[in-house]
Write a protein that binds this ligand. Sequence first.
Ligand code: PLP
Length: 331
Amino acid sequence: MAAFGSLFMPEMAISWFDGSSWSESQVVSSDSIQLHPGAHVLHYSSTCFEGLKAFRHADGSIKIFRMDQNIARFAQSAELLALPRIDAAQTTRMITEIVARFADEVPAPPGSMYIRPTHFGTEPAIGKAAVPSLTSCQYVLLSPVGDYFAGGDKALRLLIDDQGMRCPPHMGMVKSGGNYAGALRPIMKARAEAQADQVLFCPGGDVQETGAANFLLIDGDEIITKALDESFLHGVTRDSILTLARDRGMKVSERALSIDELLERAAKPGCEAALSGTAAVLAPVGTLIYHGKEYPVGNGGVGATTVKLRQALNDIQWGKAEDRHGWLTSI
Ligand SMILES: Cc1ncc(COP(=O)(O)O)c(C=O)c1O
């Protein structure tokens, strides 16, 4: 299977905002778009995107997971970036229609169809550094993806960074390319210098999130994770895992977690940590690296509760367990 997100369906759904209304959406070839070199997005990063998945069930039906949540976050990102407002009903139609068009290509479990709605400012105006783009474009691109854990379920190594930030605090809830570009160098440095897989951003000692996933600490019967505020991305997977944990009688504590408390709890033999996100669902964290020292989380391996919660979520996505929360949309 090709690397995650590197293979695309040949067509995508697209719509253009001309300053007053969105065009009727069209299905076009996904290999190119035409943009003016002065387009606002290319200079001032007026862009946001989403990531969600469609799954194939054993009866052949195709279901999209929590699409309403991703569209709500997409609309919020556009608003916070001063991009034209999206029409949520139209974006919903664009997603369902393009997934239906490529329904036969949706991989069976453990694969899925990754869906990437994208929105960006198109106005040719390089003098508008401090003025929003009046025009924009949104498209929905599809990428079939395989088993994230194909190489085995490996516990990740996270470098704790208490100095930098993933993005400015007021941009955390915005799923925008600029946030990812800004986090690249710290992540590359952590890979090169500490053989870390990811950076756990903890500005001022406050445990926040990694470059592309939320962080959950699982201490026995309790899950501890940062309470929602505007400084980090409100993951749909985070919310889903916390809901399933509550359903199972676990205690969910959404509150501030300091590096000191994290390291203290991680030292307990049964402690677990995990990263939640659409791509990996719930990936185990085995080692924390802080100020040059390595701290295993619990036994340093793959946690049993992490695997159990991931399985519970996968079972709903794959149609093997009842969708009690109404998370799946049929196409
Ligand atoms: C910065 C960041 N945090 C958290 C997440 C997890 O969000 P979700 O569970 O909605 O995929 C992502 C992934 O999209 C992300 O990029």
